[in-house]
Design a protein around this ligand. Sequence first.
Ligand code: ADP
Length: 598
Amino acid sequence: MSKFLRKLTALVLVASLVGCSSTTKPKTEVGSLKAGTYTTTAKGHNNDMKFEVVISETGITEVKILEHAETEGIADLPLERLPQQIVDGQTIAVDTIAGATYTSKAIIEGVEKALVEAGADVEAFKVKKEEAKKEGQHIEKEADVIIIGGGGAGLAAAASATQNGASVILIEKMPKLGGNTILAGGGYNAVDPKRQEPLGIEDSLELHYNQTLEAGDNKGNPELVKTLVDGAYPGIEWLESMGMKFQDEVILITGSLHKRTHSSEQALGTDYIKVLETEVNKNGGEILLETAAEELILEDGVVTGVKAVAENGDTLTLNAKNGVILASGGFGANVEMREEANAINNAWPSLDEQIKTTNHPGATGEVITMAEKIGANVINLEDIQLLPLGDPVNGSLKGKLGKSPVDYIHVNKEGKRFVSEDARRDVLSYALIEQTDKTMFIIDDADTYPSLDTDTNFAVSVRDLVDTGKAFAADTIEELAEMIDVDPATLRKTIDDYNAMVDAGVDHEFGKKQFGNKIDKAPYYACPRVPTVHHTMGGVEINTNTEVINKDGNVIPGLYAAGEVTGGIHGTNRVGGNAFADIIVFGKIAGEQAAKNK
Ligand code: ADP
């Protein structure tokens, strides 16, 4: 079992009727229930989950999660909330938690199985409980700094503002912190001689700067790019000062163009969110979940606060003594907005709902519109990044196999390579769109995953991916080809040709420059992938102090922005691994600047 995953044992997560105020009996007929304690299992996101469900003659009295291997940070909410909601409501018609639907569904299934065993009329337990909506209250609060968005940029801003003595209220519209940050691979680019030199990697700030600008077709603001690359390593040191641990290995990830991408100890963005949230809490920052910004308050040309609405119906006026920081991320999950943006120059043939997204459902971009309404200059919305690494079923990055494109290849459904795997992300995605069914397979081998029990950098083991049909493993290339419905002789030839190129150090077909291991050690792996909307490079214009700029080129007093909500850093195409540097570098600056703006 993955070392990144928690395995909780008995009695840790328990929900029961004891002390519950709500009704204990379902309104509908439940059948004749056989009272007892039922042990059930259901497949969660990562592995089987085990439940103990206590059923009385009148209903469900207790739901315990005995064992699970779900991912910390992502699955916390369903683990904590759903068992209690099921017991409180006497219903399995509870809402799944966005971003953790597999875990949610497993909990529901586990209870359903127990109900079946108890002879219940299961349909009676599928009646949704109507919540008596309470009359919303109006709440007025004040802090030095109000932050919209609890992903990486917002939490970095909150940590830095509180470190600089400011009081902070951070609002997050989703039921959990993390945004896209927690779902991403977690790769962080920084020039870091301490780690790179022992690995024989040559690098410089100048190279990072040039690659960032050039990969975005020189559309990024050079001053912001300089701030990004100069601040990237100090950003790592800042995270380390708060307890974050990075691996010594520095690699090239998809579209990162150079071996300067750092990985945290835990997979995904989990460590970043955990470390920053802990710092904010330690420093007394206030975090309000399920609270969505609806309007920026502008008084005499100065941004003085935010109007928000909470899930429970409360309305909030949050007054900012110093300033408001926008850290609400991008709009990759808002199909209408991304189609409208794409229509500006039709950079992609289409970004309709057929193209899935790696993003969390809250990446809907309404804060960009709010900022524009009060005069912010919104730029480069047409620059939308597609990543060729999404799950064909749901767009997620989670099922991706393969760590570094120096070690693996992309093959199409005909079993042939079609692009240089170390190319820019837009180049990779344009090439993939031209392939049959816009689908490819990443082909990798035992150099990356010595056994099926090895973890991917998305917090699942290869075995889990194989068991759930997300990936394939075989002892020979020919067997692997059969599994993915590709002509074995063609795939064999593709691999042989590629291995010869690795030996020669020259890719005469597609110009790959960065070679790692050959593909010659069983087990061999294949993982289907499609292009998915990943990052929206446009947003509100900022200067190097993260102050938001208006349409006349002047600063809007009291308004700051950091992270994916901003535009002007990455140009037409973001370098892989630069987003984590972006959220930390600019989030930190935003927190400092807003704290100082007395
Ligand atoms: P970044 O990488 O720039 O930090 P993320 O996607 O990680 O972006 O985080 C942005 C966060 O902002 C998400 O958690 C998202 O749910 C939140 N958010 C977006 N719009 C709003 C809003 N209107 N009010 C409050 N939070 C919001």
